[in-house]
Write a protein that binds this ligand. Structure first.
Ligand code: ZN
Length: 215
C-alpha cells in the first residue's frame, strides 16, 4: 500500500508540464530531513523527532485520496474529510491488528495534530511543507534553465508562520532572484484573486487562517 506514495506524483507541477516530477514520498522524505535541520533557536523549543515523524506521515492519506490541488475544485473541508477517513482505514483497519494497534493509533494522532495545526511542532511542519515546495520550485526552474517560471509557488512563502523558517525561506528566494537576474530575466506572475484564494486555502494552514488574514 505504501508504495503508492512512491509512485503517485505531486500534482502541482503537472500543470507546468513536469510529468516526471517528484512523488509524494520524495516530498515527505526531504521534509523529514529539513525538520532535522531547524535552526538552533527553533530546535531548542521543539521536539524534533516528533516533527520528523509528523513530516513522514502528514501526506500519507494521499496514497488513496490523491494529491488534491487548488485547481481541482475540492474545498478544504472535503479534502480533510476524505483524508481523515483514509487515515482511519490505514491506521485502524489495516494496522489495528499490528502489535495491539498502538502504532496505528499513534500515527492517526500525529496526522490529526498536523491537521489541527495548533501545537508548535505542527506549525513548524506546516512551514517546512511550504519550504520544501519552494526548494523544489527553485530546482525545477534551474533544471529548465530559465524556460520555466514557477513564480506562483513563491506566494506560499507569505504563509510561513515561524520567523526562523521565514528567514530560511527568504535566503532561498534570494538565491532564486539572483538566478533569474543572472539570466537577464525578470520574474512575474499573473494570478487572479480567485486563484490566489484557492492557493491560500490549499497551501495555508487552514481556511480559518485565511479568513483571519483578510479581517
Ligand atoms: Zn506535504
Amino acid at each position: 500500500m505504501l508504495h503508492r506514495l512512491k509512485t503517485t506524483k505531486r500534482e502541482g507541477w503537472r500543470r507546468f508540464g513536469i510529468n516526471h516530477g517528484e512523488s509524494i514520498a520524495d516530498h515527505m522524505y526531504r521534509m523529514s530531513i529539513l525538520t532535522m535541520l531547524a535552526p538552533k533557536s527553533l530546535s531548542s523549543r521543539l521536539d524534533v523527532p516528533h516533527c520528523t515523524r509528523m513530516a513522514l506521515i502528514h501526506d500519507m492519506a494521499e496514497l488513496l485520496v490523491g494529491d488534491i490541488t487548488p485547481v481541482d475544485g475540492v474545498v478544504k473541508s472535503e479534502k480533510s474529510r476524505r483524508e481523515s477517513e483514509t487515515m482511519d482505514f490505514l491506521c485502524r483497519d489495516l494496522l489495528g491488528g499490528v502489535d495491539g494497534g498502538d502504532a496505528g493509533v499513534e500515527m492517526k494522532k500525529m496526522w490529526q495534530e498536523y491537521e489541527d495545526s495548533q501545537t508548535l511542532e505542527s506549525k513548524f511542519v506546516h512551514d517546512v511543507d511550504k519550504m520544501e515546495l519552494i526548494l523544489q520550485m527553485v530546482e525545477y526552474e534551474r533544471q529548465h534553465e530559465g524556460r520555466l517560471n514557477l513564480e506562483e509557488f513563491t506566494r506560499v512563502a507569505g504563509r510561513i508562520v515561524l520567523p526562523e523558517v521565514q528567514e530560511w525561506c527568504n535566503e532561498v528566494l534570494g538565491e532564486r532572484e539572483a538566478f533569474w537576474t543572472s539570466l537577464g530575466k525578470q520574474t512575474s506572475t499573473t494570478m487572479t484573486e480567485e486563484e490566489m484564494q484557492q492557493h491560500m486555502e490549499y497551501y495555508g494552514n487552514g481556511v480559518e487562517n485565511v479568513a483571519s488574514l483578510k479581517a
